[in-house]
Every structure is written in C-alpha cells, then in structure tokens.
Design a protein around this ligand. Structure first.
Ligand SMILES: CC(C)(COP(=O)(O)OP(=O)(O)OC[C@H]1O[C@@H](n2cnc3c(N)ncnc32)[C@H](O)[C@@H]1OP(=O)(O)O)[C@@H](O)C(=O)NCCC(=O)NCCS
Length: 195
C-alpha cells in the first residue's frame, strides 16, 4: 500500500523545540547515552554505547519517518539537544512511545512536556489510535511521565535488557486515543470530526 509521508514538521512547546532527528544528532545522543544513569533504563540500548551503531541509527531516522515506521524528535532547549522522544513499532494504528533526557535536565518537567506534545502528534497527525509504552519497575520517574499523560498500567512482565545484560521487570502501559485529554485541542487545526 502506498504511504503518504507526514511532513517533517518541528513541534514547539512552551520551553522546547522538538525537531525530527537526523544523522547530525548522533554525537549528542552518544554523549547522553554514555551516562549509565540514562542507558541503564533503555532496554534496547548497549552500554557502553556503540558510536557507529548510534550514527547508523540516527542516519536512518529520515527514512523511517518517510516510510511511516517511526517518528523521532530531538528535544532542543535553547538550541541544544537535551533528549529524544520517539514513536516506533508503528503498525495497525498503534505505536510505542519512548524518551530519554540528559540527567542535567531531569526534574524540570521537560520529559512530560515533550512527551505530551509527541502523544498529541501521534493521535492528531500520525493517525494512531493506541499508544504503548513501558518502563523498568525501578524507573518511577518514567512511570510518572506516563501516568500524567493518561497511560494506564497493563501488566508487569520479565523482559531481557540489553543494557543491563539481564532480565528486568518491565511495567507495560497503554493509552487509547480517547483517553488523551489534550487530543481535542490538538485536533483544532485539523478536523475534530475525524476523531
Ligand atoms: C524518565 C525521564 C525521561 C524523566 O525525565 P524528567 O524530565 O525528569 O521528567 P519530568 O520532570 O517530566 O517528570 C518526572 C516525574 O517523576 C518524578 N520523579 C522523579 N524521580 C522520581 C523518583 N525517584 N521516584 C518517584 N518519582 C520520581 C518527578 O517528581 C516528576 O513527577 P511530578 O511532575 O509528578 O513531580 C528521565 O529521568 C530519563 O531520561 N531517564 C533515563 C532514561 C529513561 O528512563 N527513559 C525512559 C525509559 S522507560
């Protein structure tokens, strides 16, 4: 089936610019993921990070976007990348949201602010009707981000973590489009009737 690509639009929030990521973001991503406090929470990441792997992954982001496979945003604060928020595993109207930020920016609501905007994008622009997410059981901060957006806990399952090199307990969440409070506002610019 022919896919009509979504324009690579930048989203502006109160304090952040969320710009579709490219290969040019790989160096900052490598720096951020060089911190164990970040990467230990990323189940699919390697630690220490593999520079070539990160470069190849970021270089592929524009293709993923065009193919409708994943939408990934570099979160910029005063022009500097402080994190990434992405939607991937997109299929059958569903997708998974993930995010990570540099520790120096934690605790100021940036992840919540950025994730809220990307959830809005997922439902209003990308046409998804359900989002999934998950976090390690000892990652309460990520759980708070998800709960504030309306995600509900589905279950807890044991899953392998590449970065930790062992099985971890993961809390898995769901957010149906109708449960996202901000959705109506974000639909103002398109057609609220399509909800
Ligand atoms: C998870 C992460 C993205 C949160 O980023 P952040 O910008 O600090 O998040 P916010 O400030 O928007 O919100 C964090 C919330 O968690 C709470 N929190 C922070 N540390 C906490 C802790 N140890 N226990 C309980 N709650 C905690 C904060 O109080 C806040 O909740 P509140 O707004 O209700 O007070 C960031 O810690 C990070 O990048 N971690 C490493 C990578 C990661 O875990 N990614 C997610 C993988 S599932």
């Amino acid at each position: 089936m022919e896919i009509t690509p979504i324009p690579r639009e930048t989203i502006t929030t109160a304090r952040l610019v969320l710009r579709p990521s490219t290969g040019a973001d790989a160096q900052r991503a490598f720096e951020i993921q060089s911190d164990w406090a970040v990467t230990r929470m990323l189940r699919m990441a390697s630690f220490p990070p593999d520079r070539a792997e990160i470069e190849a992954w970021f270089a592929d982001h524009p293709r993923e976007w065009a193919a409708g496979e994943a939408y990934r945003f570099a979160a910029l604060r005063d022009g500097r990348m402080i994190g990434l928020v992405d939607l991937d595993e997109i299929a059958d109207g569903e997708g998974e949201i993930g995010y990570w930020f540099e520790p120096a920016s934690w605790g100021r609501g940036f992840a919540s602010e950025a994730a809220r905007a990307v959830v809005g994008f997922a439902f209003a622009e990308a046409g998804l009707s359900m989002l999934r997410s998950g976090h390690a059981a000892d990652n309460a901060a990520s759980g708070r981000v998800l709960e504030r957006l309306g995600f509900h806990l589905l279950d807890r399952v044991e899953r392998p973590s590449r970065s930790c090199g062992e099985t971890i307990l993961q809390c898995r969440y769901r957010l149906p489009r109708e449960n996202f409070a901000e959705c109506g506002r974000l639909f103002d610019k398109t057609d609220a009737q399509t909800l």
